[in-house]
Design a protein around this ligand. Structure first.
Ligand code: NAD
Length: 248
């Protein structure tokens, strides 16, 4: 899987799964636009990658910020071949009766509207180039209800729906769109300050492969494959990357 002469835009690249994706695409030959709302971590990742990366600070939930992001990518590298819509927040695992409207709206704005806004801004460039590959980071919560809470679960179901919508609409234009569904993965979402231990307890000890968390690099490997020519006939696929968790 080689990405020589290709440009990959990764959102949420400052940490966790997005950081692993940015590094993996660069190792595979791509030039990388490392986007994060956190300028410091985006810069750290771009510096770690070196000459073949540029950092871009953007809030994917804000339309004008996303426009500036895509302008940065195009003015720097001239094209976008791969889009990894990966940035996301959990913030709350509150159940439907308990979640305040502002928390609901915040999670939906970043996870679902943000994925839409970046896709919406990148698609004209992919259409102009004659193709591209989009990989959305959804979640097991994108196909099942339960432990992750009302807003996160609804937002990730929305990402799955958007993935299928884009896959259907642009297959004829050489644009593929797939989603990965990470199981619990060792990142800030799963271990950091915003981690909700009460909500997490509902997940239970159900990790099929040795009851352990996945590593971010294992998610990046799946995204690399789906974005690559090796997956040229895979479009609209919703791919669990969870060690068999969802099969248990
Ligand atoms: P993380 O917190 O380590 O990384 C998320 C990154 O997104 C952070 O760098 C953060 O600054 C950035 N971000 C947040 N809001 C943003 C915004 N509005 N604009 C731009 N960047 C923003 O967490 P992670 O686990 O690496 O999460 C990556 C994706 O994986 C998310 O979509 C998450 O929902 C999904 N996911 C994670 C797990 C898990 O167990 N870690 C499981 C399923 C799905």
């Amino acid at each position: 899987m080689t990405f020589d002469d290709r440009v990959a835009l990764v959102t949420g690249a400052g940490s966790g799964i997005g950081r692993a994706m940015a590094v993996a695409f660069a190792k595979a030959g791509a030039r990388v636009v490392a986007c994060d709302i956190d300028a410091g971590t985006a810069g750290d990742v771009a510096r770690e990658i070196g000459d073949s990366a540029v950092a871009a600070t953007a809030d994917i939930g804000d339309a004008s910020s996303v426009e500036a992001l895509v302008e940065t990518a195009i003015s720097t590298y001239g094209r976008i071949d791969v889009l990894c819509n990966n940035a996301g927040i959990m913030d709350t695992m509150a159940l439907p009766a308990d979640i305040p409207l502002d928390q609901w709206e915040r999670v939906l704005r970043v996870n679902l509207t943000g994925t839409f806004l970046v896709t919406h801004a990148v698609l004209p460039h992919m259409l102009g180039q004659g193709g591209g590959a989009i990989v959305n980071t959804a979640s097991e919560a994108g196909i099942r209800g339960g432990a992750a809470g009302a807003a996160y679960t609804a937002s990730k179901h929305g990402v799955v729906g958007l993935t299928k919508s884009v896959a259907w609409a642009y297959a004829k234009d050489g644009i593929r769109c797939n989603a990965i569904l990470p199981g619990p993965t060792m990142t800030n979402i799963a271990t950091g300050a915003s981690f909700d231990p009460v909500g997490a307890a509902r997940l239970g000890p159900v990790l099929a492969l040795g009851e352990r968390l996945a590593q971010p690099e294992q998610m990046a490997d799946a995204a690399l494959y789906l974005a690559s020519d090796a997956a040229s006939f895979i479009n609209g696929a919703i791919v669990p990357v969870d060690g068999g968790w969802s099969a248990a």
